[in-house]
Ligand binder design. Structure first.
Ligand SMILES: *Cc1c(COP(=O)(O)O)cnc(C)c1O
Length: 229
């Protein structure tokens, strides 16, 4: 059994660390959005964060999010939900319906499926391009060398609302070079959103230019079962 964490206190502590890291880097803390990653936790924990005033959340699986978020959105219409896990093209319709930001666009087939659904539904969630900065064979994301071309493809040909990039550095690597690389890809493509940093390294990510950090464990506690990656 894990005891129920004090989610309001954890949120405040993470926000404080984000603000400190931002100030240290000469940045305005308001430039950084905390995406609270609620995956694998029950709706009660998400609701505790909502009650504490938090509004931006991440989920990594479409099906799990479908079960959890529509009811919460009825109650809190101003919440913002991010998809941070891999998306299959055949789930594009559900993803466009459910999410406000899709952070894991990484291949032409998925981009085309999302564009088609956006047209059909008249709903245009912001899209981030996932970059596989560590070039890990098992990990999702476009290789860094192909990032510029893929961003141009999504933005100009497919006409997705691309606002930024995201990465998940290799588990065993020092994250700084990955964060610096992602930020540079965003900069040279004129993209404002840089999603990087998790519970273990979000302060470093903020110092290196993250506009969004995705933090789960430090807010909601240990996950009840290992996440699928
Ligand atoms: C689970 C997950 C996170 C949050 O991880 P923590 O270490 O619990 O903060 C962030 N980003 C992605 C893509 C994830 O899957």
């Amino acid at each position: 059994m894990t005891s129920l964490p004090d989610i309001a206190a954890n949120l405040a502590a993470v926000q404080d660390s984000i603000a400190a890291a931002a100030r240290e880097a000469g940045r305005d803390p308001a430039e950084v959005t905390l995406v609270a990653v609620a995956k694998t936790h029950g709706a009660d924990r998400a609701e505790a964060a909502l009650a504490a005033g938090h509004r931006v959340f991440g989920e990594n699986r479409v099906q799990e999010a479908q079960g959890k978020w529509p009811a919460l959105r009825n109650q809190y219409p101003d919440l913002e939900l991010h998809l941070i896990g891999p998306l299959q093209s055949n789930k594009a319709a559900e993803a466009v319906t459910l999410f406000d930001v899709i952070e894991t666009v990484d291949r032409p087939k998925l981009a085309a499926a999302l564009a088609k659904e956006m047209k059909r539904q008249g709903r245009r969630p912001a899209c981030l391009i996932q970059v596989n900065t560590g070039e890990e064979s098992q990990k999702a994301g476009v290789p860094p060398a192909e990032a510029d071309a893929f961003i141009a493809h999504c933005r100009d040909e497919v006409q997705l609302p691309v606002t930024g990039v995201m990465c998940i550095p290799p588990f065993d690597d020092e994250p700084s070079p990955h964060f610096a690389l992602l930020r540079e890809i965003a900069r040279r493509n004129g993209l404002p959103v840089v999603s990087m940093g998790m519970s273990g390294d979000y302060a470093v990510a903020v110092q290196l230019g993250a506009t969004h950090v995705r933090v789960g464990t430090a807010i909601f506690g240990e996950r009840p079962y290992p996440p699928k990656s």
